[in-house]
Ligand binder design. Sequence first.
Ligand code: PMP
Length: 412
Amino acid sequence: NRNGTTTTTTTVKPPPVTLQQSPIINLDRGDPSVFEPYWRKNGGKCTITISGHDSLSYFSDPNSVCWYMEPELQEAIRRVHRVVGNAETEGCHVVAGTGSTVLFQAALYALSTSSSSVAAEPMKVVCAAPYYSQYKEQVELLQSRLYEWGGDAETFDGSAAPFIEVVTSPNNPDGSLREAAVANKTGNGKLIHDLAYYWPNYTPITRPADYDIMLFTLTKCTGHAGSRIGWALVKDVEVAKKMTTFMQITTIGVSKDSQLRAAKILDVVAEDCEQHAAGAFGYAGNDADKTFFGESRKLMAERWEKLREAVKDKKDVFTLPKYPKRYCNFSGRYFQPAPDVILYAAAFGWLECKEGCDASALMKAHNVLTRGGETFGVSSRYTRISMIGREEEFERFIERISGIQCVDEEDE
Ligand code: PMP
C-alpha cells in the first residue's frame, strides 16, 4: 500500500566501530542555516536602525484589516511576490503572524467559526500523507471543540460534513507539488494552502499561486527563521478579519521590530533581482550570485547533486523520489540566459528504504539523526533528512552515506 506497511523484518547492521564513535550529524530539524554564508557576505545591506522611541504603539495601520501590520512589510511582501511571480496578491488581504505557524492556527479558527460551518461537531482537519508533522500536533494541542485531526486526506470521506484540507506545496517532507486531494471533489472542504517552500530556492516557479488562503514564511523564503515572521494572503475579508482577531486575542499582534527588519530583507531581495535583471551588477550571463535567489537556488541544486551522487550506489539501501523537470518562470525572467529546465531542489530529502527497514533507526545507528516516516503519517521505512542545515554537517553526511548498510536477517 502507499504507506508501505509491512511485517518483513530487516535488521539494522551495526556500523563499523569508527562510525559508531563518529560525531552525531543532526539532520532532523528544518533549520535554514544553509543561507547563513550568503547573509554573512551580503547582510550589511539589510541593516536597519531601531531607536528607543520606535515601536511603542501596538498599532501600525488602523485602516488595514490587519491593524498591527507595518505598511512597509505589507508592501515588501506584495513586491517580492510580484518579482518572484509565485503568488497572486491582487485582491488579497495580508495578515502577518509570528511565523506562519500561528497563522495556520488563525486560519483554523477563522474557517471553523464561519457561518457556513456546522458547529455541532468539531470540523475535521485533513492533509494527504506524508504530511508536515506539526499540523496534527497543532490541531490536537488544545483539544478544541472547533476542529480535530482527521488524518490522511487521501482516505478521508469528505462527503458528510464540512472539513478543512491543508495542501502543502511543495510538500514537507517529500517535496512533491500538490493540489487538493478531497476538498475539490466533494465541495465540502475549505482549503488552506501552505506554500512555505514555493520559492525559487527549492522549486521551479511555474505560475502565480491563486488560492483562498495562502501561507508563506520568511523562515523558508530568506532563511530568517529566528525573526519569526510569516504572512497569509487571504481573499475573503471576513476570513482575514477573523484571523486578525485570533492574533489579537492570542498575541495582540506581531513584533514591529521583526516586521521592519523583515520588510527590509524582503525589499533587498526583490531589489537585487530587479537590479540583476537590469544588468546593474555589471556582469553578464547566468552568474546571479549577488541575488539571494540566484545563489540559494544554486547552492540547493549543488547539494542535491551531491546527495544523488552519494546515494547512486546505495540503491539496495535507500532511494530518493524522482522529481520532474520544469521551466522556472522566475529564473527565465531574471537570470538570462534562462536555463530551459530547472530541477527541484527540495528543502528535505525523503529517503525510502526497502520493506521492513526502519529508516530513521538505520540512520541513527550511523549517528545521523533524521525524522522517521511515522511522524508524517506513513511507514517507518521512510525518513526525512534536512537539506537546509549547515554546510559542514551536510558534507559530513555525504561522506558518511557510503558506510550505511541495511541487512536482511536471512542474509546474516
Ligand atoms: N509550514 C511548513 C510546511 C513548514 O515546513 C514550516 C517550518 N518547518 C512552517 C509551516 C512554519 O514555519 P514558521 O513558523 O517558522 O514560519
